[in-house]
Design a protein. Structure first.
Length: 437
C-alpha cells in the first residue's frame, strides 16, 4: 500500500534535492528538518542544505569524475548544482560558493513551492505504510538512530568527519602571504608559504597538540582525515596533499617547501577557510598553531574553529537494492551520505536519482538503473553492490568506472573519452525511461 504524500527525512543536500525533484513533478512532499529545535555539533545555520565541512563542490574539469558528475547533474536539472553556480565565488578550477547565500537560496526555493510542506520537527517514527525517504545525513540524532536500528537492525556503521577553521581575510599579512592558483592563471587562493624548518616545526606542533577525546572504537574516514592525523602518519602525506606547494610559486617565481592554502568562503571576500585542515584539536590549540606557526596569520580572527564529528552510514549493500530502496519494504528509500557516498555533490546526486525512483514507484513505472558508465551510476553501483563486503564511504572517482580498451595518447584524452561516454549513456537512459527534466 502506498500513500499519496511522501515523507522526506532531512533537509540537507540530498533531502533538499529530493523534495525539489518530486515537487516539480507534481507530488506532495512533507520535508522534515529538526535542526530548528536541536542543532548538532556542526550545524550553524537555520537554513537548509548547509555546507559544514568546506564551501567547495570541487573541480569543474571534465577530465575528472567530479567534473563529469556535474555535467550529468546539469542534464538532470539538479537544484543543488544550479544554485551553486548562482552563488559561485572565485576558486580556481573548483566550484566554490558563498555557503550562507547557497543555503538561503535553496531554502527559499523549497519554502515557496506549493507542493512542499516544511515540518520543523525531528522525524522519530518510520511508518512502514508511508512512502518515506531517509536522507537524514551523517549526523543523525540519538532518537532517530534508535528508530533506524529498529528498521534495519544493528547495521549502522560509524566514522568521523571533520570541518576546517575559517578565518578573517582582514588580518592576513600579505608581506608573507600571496595570491596563487594551482590550475590556472586565476590566482584565487591565498598562499601561506613555509620553509622546510617552518614546516617541520608546524608538523611537530600538530602532532603534539591537545586533541578532543573521541571513543577509541570509532574509525576515521580518510577522505576527510584530520590534519593532525596526517601529520602523525607521515609528513609526505602533507607534502603530497593539502600542504603541497606544486605550481604555487611566489612573486619571485620561487616554489616554497610547503604551503597552507586559504580558500575564499563568502561572496564579499571577507572569510577564508584553511584548505584540507579538518581538525580535532582543541580550540585553544587551533588558535595557538594558526597564529604562531602559519606565516601571515598572526593577526587573523578565527570565526569558526574546526571540529571532528561522528558521521553515520548504513551497510547499504545489505540494506538497499540498486534503486536505493530498502530491501525489506519497498515504501522506504535512502539517499545522501547515510548510504555511504562521500561529498556534497555525491550526496545531492544520490538524492536526485532516489527522487526519480520514488517518482517512478509512485506512478507505477519501472525504477531507473543508471549505467555504470556514468559517474552517478558507478557510484550507486559501488555502494549498493551485494558483493561489497566491507563498505567504506566513496567519493566520485574514475577508478570505479568501467575501463576503456582503447589506447590514448594521454590521461587527459582518456578521461575526456570517459566523459563523452558518460554523457551518451545518460542521454540514452533519459530517453529509455522517458525522464522529464
Amino acid at each position: 500500500m502506498k500513500t499519496k504524500e511522501i515523507n522526506i527525512v532531512g533537509a540537507g543536500l540530498a533531502g533538499s534535492e529530493i523534495a525539489y525533484q518530486l515537487a516539480k513533478r507534481g507530488l506532495k512532499v512533507n520535508l522534515y528538518e529538526g535542526k530548528g529545535k536541536h542543532k548538532n555539533l556542526v550545524q550553524k545555520l537555520e537554513t537548509f542544505a548547509e555546507l559544514v565541512c568546506s564551501n567547495s563542490f570541487r573541480s569543474v574539469s571534465k577530465e575528472n569524475a567530479i567534473g563529469i558528475l556535474k555535467e550529468e547533474l546539469k542534464l538532470l536539472d539538479s537544484l543543488i548544482l544550479k544554485t551553486a553556480y548562482e552563488v559561485q565565488v572565485p576558486g580556481d578550477d573548483a566550484l566554490s560558493v558563498d555557503r550562507e547565500l547557497f543555503s538561503a537560496k535553496i531554502t527559499a526555493t523549497l519554502l515557496n513551492h506549493p507542493n512542499i510542506s516544511i515540518i520543523y520537527d525531528e522525524f522519530t517514527t518510520i511508518d512502514p505504510q508511508q512512502v518515506t525517504v531517509i536522507a537524514a545525513g551523517p549526523l543523525i540524532s540519538p532518537n532517530f538512530e534508535t528508530e533506524l536500528k529498529k528498521l534495519i537492525g544493528n547495521k549502522a556503521l560509524y566514522y568521523y568527519d571533520g570541518s576546517a577553521p575559517i578565518i578573517t581575510k582582514a588580518g592576513i599579512d600579505f608581506t608573507k602571504a600571496y595570491y596563487g592558483g594551482r590550475h590556472s592563471d586565476q590566482k584565487d587562493y591565498i598562499i601561506c608559504p613555509l620553509t622546510e624548518q617552518e614546516f617541520r616545526q608546524l608538523v611537530t606542533e600538530l602532532v603534539n597538540a591537545k586533541r578532543v577525546i573521541i571513543p577509541a572504537f570509532e574509525k576515521y574516514f580518510k577522505g576527510c582525515q584530520p590534519i593532525e592525523i596526517m601529520a602523525q602518519t607521515s609528513q609526505k602525506i602533507l607534502l603530497n596533499g593539502p600542504m603541497s606547494s606544486n605550481k604555487l610559486l611566489n612573486q619571485n617565481g620561487e616554489q616554497p617547501f610547503a604551503v597552507v592554502q586559504l580558500r575564499q568562503d563568502n561572496v564579499i571576500d571577507s572569510l577564508y577557510n584553511l584548505v584540507g585542515w579538518q581538525t580535532n584539536l582543541t580550540w585553544p590549540e587551533q588558535k595557538r598553531i594558526i597564529k604562531q606557526f602559519i606565516p601571515g596569520l598572526a593577526d587573523v580572527e578565527i570565526v569558526r574553529y574546526g571540529v571532528l564529528h561522528k558521521n553515520n552510514y548504513i551497510n547499504a549493500p545489505k540494506v538497499l537494492n540498486q534503486y536505493l530502496q530498502f530491501r525489506q519494504n519497498s515504501n522506504i528509500f535512502f539517499a545522501g551520505q547515510i548510504i555511504g557516498v562521500e561529498g556534497y555533490l555525491e550526496s545531492a546526486a544520490s538524492g536526485l536519482l532516489c527522487a526519480l525512483n520514488v517518482y517512478q514507484y509512485m506512478i507505477e513505472l519501472p525504477l531507473i538503473k543508471l549505467p555504470s558508465e556514468t559517474v552517478l551510476g558507478s557510484l550507486i553501483n559501488y555502494v549498493t553492490n551485494p558483493k561489497q563486503k566491507d563498505l567504506k564511504p566513496m567519493k566520485a572517482n574514475i577508478g570505479i568506472l568501467p575501463t576503456l580498451d582503447t589506447k590514448f595518447s594521454s590521461k587527459s584524452a582518456k578521461n575526456l573519452a570517459i566523459y563523452q561516454r558518460a554523457m551518451e549513456k545518460l542521454k540514452e537512459t533519459i530517453k529509455k525511461y522517458q525522464i522529464e527534466i
